[in-house]
Design a protein around this ligand. Structure first.
Ligand code: ADP
Length: 185
């Protein structure tokens, strides 16, 4: 009985615990291109959602990068993937301008990023130190995915798709379906 009660009210108890202690809600921003979202991104997101009260996965509207999908398409695919995973404390958004300014505007304390191989390290370190120099109150936290997701990147997914290969192991179901239909038209 108690177990059933606790299960049903898990989310409410969770929020109540935070409010009773008077602690600030811990909000993390997971910024990126997500062009398209992959299983690697989703693993990072899920780990973040397990740790923080709220994670905002935010598509950067980066005018310097030529997009494969539009920002709206990326957002829709992220929303579909998040709802398939039943991640209740995840919000999906997009932003223009500096990530750090967006994080401040959202009241976030953390920037969430993923690390794959050593090759990611230099770029991510530079980014994290720049953000920290711009606002030292917002910390960057890195996640490493499970080995089976570690090598996946949006660019390899696009390359496989361009060559009519099977991307179903690398992206969420909805993304696979959408991209296959898109490729046909
Ligand atoms: P950006 O253009 O900002 O690098 P991406 O969508 O390529 O955006 O990646 C967003 C974040 O997710 C980056 O920190 C990247 O290192 C991380 N990431 C992407 N794929 C993986 C993966 N397979 N495992 C761990 N982290 C990943």
């Amino acid at each position: 009985m108690l177990q059933k009660f606790t299960k049903g009210f898990k989310t409410h108890l969770y929020w109540a615990k935070i409010r009773v202690k008077g602690e600030k809600m811990q909000i993390a921003i997971y910024p990126g291109s997500f062009d398209p979202i992959t299983n690697g991104h989703l693993d990072v997101l899920k780990n973040g959602a397990d740790i923080f009260d709220k994670v905002i996965i935010a598509v950067a509207n980066n005018s310097q990068k030529n997009g494969f999908l539009t920002i709206d398409e990326r957002i829709e695919l992220i929303k579909a993937s998040v709802s398939e995973m039943r991640l209740n404390n995840v919000e999906v958004d997009s932003f223009d301008g500096l990530t750090i300014d967006y994080a401040k505007q959202k009241g976030a304390q953390v920037l969430l990023r993923g690390l794959r191989a050593v090759s990611d390290f230099e770029y991510e370190m530079q980014l994290s130190q720049t953000n920290s120099a711009l606002c030292e109150d917002i910390k960057t936290i890195f996640m490493i995915t499970k080995p089976e997701y570690n090598f996946i990147s949006s660019s390899t997914v696009k390359e496989i798709l361009d060559n009519n290969g099977d991307i179903s192991k690398f992206v969420p179901k909805k993304v696979n379906q959408y991209l296959l239909n898109r490729a046909k038209n």
